[in-house]
Design a binder for this molecule. Sequence first.
Ligand code: FES
Ligand code: FE
Length: 327
Amino acid sequence: MGNAVDSVLLNDWYALAKVDELQPGTVVHRQLLDRDIVLWRGEDGSIHAWADRCPHRSVQLSGGQVVQNTLICPYHGMVYNAQGRCIKVPSAPNYVPPPQAQVLTYAVQEQYGLVFVCLGKPANDIPVFPEWEDDRYLKVLSGPHYCHTGGYRAIENFLDVAHFPFLHREILGDPALPVIEDYEVTIAANGVHFDNVRVWQPDPMGTGQGAYVTYRYSALRPLTAYLQKGNPAGECLAILYCVTPVSEEECTGWMWVAVNFMGPDQAEAALAFQDKIFAQDLGNLESHNPKRLPLNPKAEFHVPCDRGSLAYRQWLKQLGITYGVIS
Ligand code: FES
Ligand code: FE
């Protein structure tokens, strides 16, 4: 049915949980690239991401329980240590489990308050979010937002300004000023970049003040994008958008928003603003048919300001991506 998962995607990092929601002793199920994953945190605080399958009779380990730094399968109570090795068989205490009594384990990393997992051999670092370390910026996390569409459709929407006057009218665009002037697009080793995307916005920063703003966008990884927008007054808003491919036609988005013109007491307002924008995008995103992104330029028609999205599609093709796209 679906495509095999490309190594470029398997070797990348995806956010699966907030670090805070995984308190010691927690076990949760997630789906990533069509695979069932169990995330759990031992009582020593270490976080583990494993295939959610007990190698004994193939049930989900996410129905199990954490005891100290082990995970216990709900079916026959086998005990797995932090390395995924079966170390105890309750029905035969003296039996030494065979080599197959080993759960498939994955690489885990904590970054930006999120738990990132790589199902293959990590080929890249998690993309840098430059504003993260900058104390002048207030940071809020919008999401996770589940969306029944392919992850590339979500990234492409994030990179698209021409929809602002329509889907986000009165906030990010004005239907009376829908023209998008030409902007610079480059495809580089570290992704696709759009520079000098200039638009008038009635309320670009969620403060009620209209302004011309200039955007800079990057697709840093096939499913990770970044934007920075600023106005002449020096106000700046940046977003790191991490999209987790649940399946070829479903995704979950995590948006870290950083703003340099709001204080900690305005965190709720900053989050409400971003959530409102995403709520306007969601129904539209889910209405895409097909939900997978077509890489053949003839499959949909394009207008001048779609140069950026065409470059993104071209880059995905160059990377040899087949999962979640229509070639
Ligand atoms: Fe997990 Fe038997 S299926 S212990
Ligand atoms: Fe939008």
